[in-house]
Structures are given as C-alpha cells and as structure tokens.
Ligand binder design. Structure first.
Ligand SMILES: Cc1cc2nc3c(=O)[nH]c(=O)nc-3n(C[C@H](O)[C@H](O)[C@H](O)COP(=O)(O)OP(=O)(O)OC[C@H]3O[C@@H](n4cnc5c(N)ncnc54)[C@H](O)[C@@H]3O)c2cc1C
Length: 386
C-alpha cells in the first residue's frame, strides 16, 4: 500500500496552485458579488489544458487519471476559488468516454479538449422527482431517426456557459418499466443546434452558481445525440456520478484545507486578552478536529480514485468520499467562522463566501441523507429506509 503522491502528481498540484495564485481571494469575491461567471479563470485553466485532464491523448486531452483530476479541482478550492464554474466538464466526461460512440468521441472530444466547446451542463434534477431520479418526466419520443423532447429540468447549472448539455430523459414511461431505473436515455445536446426549444430561467441562489430552470418544448435531436443504447441512460449516468462524487469530494477537501489554513493563520495572529486566540482550546480544538476530518476524507478520496482508475467498482468509496469531505469542509467552515468572530461575517475576509459555497456540497449533487441510506442499505444490509 502506497500513500505517497508520485512526482508528476506533486508537479500537477504545484502547477495548478501557481495558476490559481494569479486569481486570488479578491478575484473570487468580485465574481461572487457581481454574480459573474469567472470567465478569465476558466479560460486560463482551459488554455493550460487542465480542464481536459480526463480526455485521452488521442483526442487531444492530457490523458490523466481520476486522482490527477481530483488534485486539480482540490487545488482550485484550496486557493480560495470555486471549481464549480468548470468541474462538470470533468465528470460528464466519464459517460461519453465509457458509453459514447466512436463518432461522438471523434466529433466532440478534440474540440472540448482544445477549449473550443464547453460541456459544462448536466440536466438530471426535475421539480417533481427531486432525489428520486427514476420519477423524471422529461420525455424523448422517437420519430423516425429523430427524438422529440419535452419536459422540465431544475437546477441545471452553467447552462449559459456551455455549448453542450448532457440530458437525462425517459424514453419509456415510469409505469411501463419492470425495473424503475430502466427506460431512461442519455443525450448529448448541441445547444448551438437547439434553436429556441429550451428556455432557461435563472434561479437566484445564495452561491454564485449560474443555475437554471429549463423548459424544454419540442426539442428535436438527431439519433446520433443518443449516448449508447436507448433505455440504459441511468446506468451510463452512474459512471459520471461516481466521477462527480470523487471530484466534488475533492473540492470539499480543498475547501476544508482553505478554512483550516486560513483560521490557523488568523488565530495565531489575532490577540485578545493579551494572547493569540489560537491558545484557547475553544478556538484551537475545532480547527484541529476539522483538520483530522479533512485528512480522513482525503484517504477515502485516494482509495475511491485509485479504484476508479483501475476500472474497479467504486460506488461505495465515491459516495463515502463525497459524504466525508463535504461534512469535513462544513466542520472546517464552522471552525473558521468561530475563529474569526465578527470578522467571519465581513465579506473582505472571504470566510463567509467560502462557508456559503462549502454548504452546497452537503446537499448537491446528492444530499448526504441519500448517501447514508445507500450505506445503510447496500453496505450494511439494513432495510431500505424509503
Ligand atoms: C446550487 C445548485 C446547483 C445544482 N446543480 C445541478 C445541476 O447542474 N444538475 C442537476 O441535475 N441538478 C443540480 N442540482 C440539484 C441537486 O442535485 C438537488 O438539489 C439534490 O439532489 C437534492 O434534490 P432536491 O433539491 O429535489 O431535494 P429533495 O429530493 O426534495 O429532498 C429534500 C430533503 O429531503 C431529504 N430526503 C428526501 N428523500 C429522503 C429519503 N428517502 N431519506 C432521507 N432523506 C430524504 C433530502 O436529503 C433533502 O435533505 C443543483 C442544486 C443546487 C442547490
């Protein structure tokens, strides 16, 4: 068992950290305050090739593994940034690489790798289905060699900053399938060709996320937009979801590290009652406890990423990574808010922004309750809780 990062993994970490250092806390604060997409950062990251980490070299990508991709996103969040603006391209990639046709890969991957096309949007969640994905109602009806899609999605993020949308629909109604996860299909939608069939209505949220409600009205898709076989979309999405959980967990590890490093520095410097506040166990121990939790989440992330890269089942580890990391980041955020006292609420100290951003990952992309029910049922053999 080897817990050491390789030289090239260390180099990736250092190079991404150096790039991120050009976009400091003030850059991210300004984007947050203006609710603006961090265009310059995403452009710089794409040009440096980091966003195409998971695209094989034959298609112009870096051909790196999940662990390397997770280090890239971790470093963005550790620098004070927010990888949410561009992380989807990495995790949506798994569905296309594993299940896309040779034609889809040839047509899109080189252009995604070069930064010409952005695949940043992933539409699964629907208002009436919520966490119960098989209840989605957006329907793709086959007509000759085309599909016509109608329905609604909610919380579809980065739609306005993406050229492509990975869209999950039903192709057989819920009440006509034997297994409830059957009868769903996954499409790679070229938004430049979708005309005005998709209406996106932005949802104002407490984070700078660019998320939307989508109203899909007679969207016509060519048969070639279908990924893999009709009706098997849910299983294809699972390949992306494991990647998503490892990558989002890594962002939370980065958040946790940012909070711990920031609050250690602050509480060693801030003097009250004629001593650094970090001398008080009430300040020091929550930070130390959060550090322990972040380190533990990191170990689970290493295992999940190693299994993913070896092509082995990693659903349990990917879910546990996302759970442990998001809870650890939240714990670290609370410790930082506590350490900063009133200054934690002042925007110029950046902690309140990171605290809002870190909170999201306890709810999305899957709520931590659902992960606990997965662990109870599938890992521990307890009764299904719903
Ligand atoms: C900022 C933001 C961005 C997002 N971006 C995207 C995106 O790009 N694409 C996309 O498809 N989705 C996106 N989402 C949606 C996100 O994945 C969902 O919000 C999340 O999966 C929870 O679904 P829901 O909001 O419908 O909650 P619900 O399913 O309504 O659940 C509400 C609460 O009830 C709990 N609950 C429900 N059922 C159970 C149960 N059986 N056992 C225990 N607890 C239960 C949940 O844990 C949760 O706490 C985004 C969400 C947000 C807030």
């Amino acid at each position: 068992m080897d817990f050491e990062y390789s030289d090239s993994q260390r180099e990736i970490r250092a190079a991404v950290a150096a790039l991120c250092a050009r976009f400091g806390n003030e850059y991210w604060r300004a984007c947050d305050e203006k609710n603006a997409y961090p265009d310059e950062f995403v452009k710089t990251l794409s040009e440096a090739g980091w966003l195409s980490a998971l695209i094989p070299q034959e298609y112009g990508g870096a051909g790196l593994g999940m662990l390397e991709a997770s280090i890239i996103l971790e470093e963005i969040n550790r620098s004070g940034g927010n990888a949410v603006a561009c992380h989807a391209q990495m995790y949506t990639m798994a569905s296309i690489l594993k299940h896309g046709s040779a034609d889809q890969k040839q047509r899109y991957l080189p252009r995604i790798a070069s930064g010409e096309l952005r695949l940043q949007s992933f539409g699964i969640t629907e208002p009436d289905a919520g966490s119960e994905t098989p209840r989605i109602k957006t329907f793709a009806r086959r007509q000759g060699d085309q599909y016509v899609v109608n329905g609604q999605k909610i919380f579809t993020s980065r739609y306005q900053h993406s050229d492509m949308l990975l869209l999950l629909t039903r192709t057989t109604p819920f009440d006509q399938v034997k297994k409830k996860t059957d009868g769903m299909s996954l499409f790679l939608v070229n938004l430049k060709e979708s005309g005005d069939a998709i209406k996106a209505v932005p949802i104002a949220t407490m984070v700078n996320h660019g998320t939307n409600q989508l109203f899909i009205d007679n969207l016509v898709l060519p048969r070639e937009a279908l990924i893999g076989e009709e009706g098997k979309g849910f299983s294809y999405v699972l390949s992306s979801l494991n990647a998503e959980r490892i990558l989002v967990g890594s962002e939370s590890i980065g958040d946790g590290r940012w909070f711990v490093e920031y609050s250690v520095k602050y509480s060693n410097e801030r003097r009250v009652f004629n001593r650094p506040i970090g001398m008080n166990q009430g300040v020091q121990f929550p930070i130390a406890k959060a550090h322990v939790a972040v380190q533990a989440a990191d170990l689970m992330r290493l295992k999940a990423a190693a299994l993913f890269d070896a092509g082995l089942p990693c659903g349990a580890e990917a879910n546990m990574t996302k759970y442990m990391a998001s809870e650890a980041a939240w714990e670290a955020g609370e410790a930082a808010m506590n350490a900063l006292g009133g200054y934690g609420f002042a925007k110029e100290y950046h902690v309140e922004r990171k605290w809002r951003e870190a909170r999201l990952y306890r709810t999305a992309p899957i709520s931590n309750n659902l992960i606990l029910s997965f662990v109870g049922e599938h890992l521990l053999g307890m009764p299904r809780s719903y």
